[in-house]
Design a protein around this ligand. Structure first.
Ligand SMILES: Nc1ncnc2c1ncn2[C@@H]1O[C@H](COP(=O)(O)OP(=O)(O)OP(=O)(O)O)[C@@H](O)[C@H]1O
Ligand SMILES: [Mg+2]
Length: 485
């Protein structure tokens, strides 16, 4: 028996699913966290280390972190871009990759226990579309180090597209343009697709364009509300240095935010140990909306504008809008999307399941265990090499199809150099100051008799940057993944 799973590794929530080949559906892995830890299919992506290598997750971890924040970590997904980030936990230094490896070890152990000791055969992990190759690579490496056999990474909106019933109402020989709006705990992705059902029944999901913000989500709103609370308490920012106070304040902010999605008013009465006066306030929904208007909603408008303007798509061409992600539950967010497009988004019963289920469906597709759907994706970033101290020569342009090699870039090493490192940069600008290093490849002069090196780049199926090189006579020399800097 095989066990294929999909993992939605969210900033705030973990959701794991299994591809059921017989029923041809993705099912949640039930009770990933044992009931004494607060059962359920969704798990708070919060870890608490009882010992340096023994962790708990979910609601119980959230509770422990409030009392002992020094030995717990939340929102780890937001630290993947910072190579210098680490935490000292129970006498051990842990990097973001170490902590994610621990989480994947935990997931693997739980999933295999739930399925009677059967080992995971293959897994697909979802990542934000806006994630950079180095963040994708860290997730993949962490999962593999934990023994999870990663088959592929899939972008969260693409996974959501696969599980949102895009083809249910399509007639053979027709096409629909769909926009997936995914505003989660930590990241914001907007992706425009064509869903095509051929006359022969062939299904294709084709990315037309994607845009987003790597660090925009519910966590920013929690921060915004927490800042307002601090100013209401007139306690200054001093108490923020206390990790327990900070955690409690953010939890209060999160509860207020969630409460105001259902209610018009939310009453808070909270005593903090290190502050004299309690926080005693009634916050209204319109107050929250005013705060969001000033500092959050315009960022959403900007991304929506870009995703359409970039490829000159008219609003009227978009036939369906699907809201994904917990933060889309905030009424003003759904209203903003409705106002922008002049039509209501499609309501999905449990939008929180879409990404995780889509990851398992993709696992079924790539292993040939599900009906075939062509999934065609495009790069969310451009890539190039440095040509002067200030400028980049773009090689692979943004929005290029995954798997498609760029045109050749010809160059040579300085005559006195036997070996050279070619550093690849990421960015949609020709100016180096707006770009970041992705990784490098090493070339040996002796492999290129006349000194001319012909290089191409492409995006792999997991959104990682790959290269291949040829000599002057276009004879293949080498290929591989661009290594991390
Ligand atoms: N009813 C609600 N109203 C407002 N916010 C909510 C509600 N329910 C959940 N949230 C917020 O949604 C976020 C979690 O959403 P989700 O589970 O989609 O994110 P994630 O998948 O963990 O993160 P990401 O995809 O960004 O990495 C949290 O910030 C949570 O506080
Ligand atoms: Mg998510």
């Amino acid at each position: 028996m095989s066990l294929y799973i999909g993992i939605d590794f969210g900033t705030s929530t973990l959701y794991v699913t299994k591809w059921d080949e017989e029923k041809q559906i993705a099912l949640p892995v039930p009770n990933l966290i044992p009931s004494e830890y607060g059962s359920g299919n969704y798990v708070d992506n919060v870890v608490y280390y009882e010992e340096s290598c023994n962790l708990i997750m979910g609601k119980k971890a959230v509770k422990h972190c409030q009392l002992d924040p020094w030995n717990g970590v939340s929102e780890i997904k937001r630290h993947l871009d910072d190579d210098r980030w680490s935490r000292e936990i129970r006498g051990h230094k842990k990097t973001a990759k170490d902590i994610i490896t621990d989480i994947f070890t935990f997931i693997k152990m739980r999933v295999e226990t739930i399925y009677g000791g059967q080992e995971i055969t293959g897994a697909v992990i979802s990542v934000p579309y806006a994630f950079e190759p180095k963040e994708r690579k860290k997730i993949e490496t962490a999962a593999k180090s934990a023994g999870v056999p990663v088959l592929a990474l899939i972008e969260e909106p693409v996974a959501a597209a696969l599980s949102s019933g895009l083809f249910d109402e399509l007639r053979p020989g027709s096409k629909e343009t769909v926009l997936i709006f995914d505003l989660g705990g930590g990241t914001f992705d907007v992706t425009l697709f064509d869903a095509i059902l051929g006359n022969d029944g062939k299904k294709s999901v084709i990315v037309k364009n994607t845009d987003g913000e790597r660090l925009l989500g519910g966590a920013n709103i929690d921060q915004l509300i927490a800042d307002k609370f601090l100013s209401m308490m007139t306690a200054g920012s001093g108490p923020l240095h206390d990790a327990r106070f900070r955690n409690e304040l953010f939890e209060e902010a999160r509860q207020t935010k969630i409460g105001l999605s259902d209610m018009q008013e939310y009453e808070i009465f909270k005593k903090f140990e290190i502050v004299d006066n309690p926080l005693e306030e009634v916050i209204t929904r319109s107050q929250l909306e005013e705060w969001l208007e000033g500092s959050f909603l315009y960022k959403i408008d900007n991304v929506l504008d870009r995703v359409l303007d970039d490829i000159s798509v008219q609003i009227s061409e978009i036939e369906q809008i699907i809201l994904v992600g917990g933060t889309s539950n905030i009424p003003i967010i759904a209203k903003r999307v409705t106002d922008f497009f002049g039509k209501r988004p499609k309501m999905i019963d449990d939008p929180g399941e879409l990404v995780g289920k889509g990851a398992a469906i993709y696992c079924g597709i790539i292993t040939g265990r599900s009906e075939k759907i062509d999934v065609i994706r495009r790069s969310s970033h451009g890539f190039g090499v440095r040509v002067t101290n200030k400028t980049i020569k773009p090689i692979l342009i943004r929005n290029e199809l995954y798997g498609q090699y760029s045109p050749f870039y010809d160059f040579s090493l300085p005559k006195d150099k036997q070996k050279g490192k070619v550093v690849i940069y990421q960015g949609n600008s020709p100016f180096i100051e707006h770009c970041s290093e992705v990784g490098y490849l090493v070339v040996n002069q002796q492999d290129y008799p006349n000194g001319i090196i012909r290089m191409q780049l492409k995006m792999s199926d997991s959104g990682l940057v790959c290269y291949r090189t040829f000599n002057e006579k276009s004879k293949f020399v080498s290929e591989g993944e661009v290594a991390r800097v």
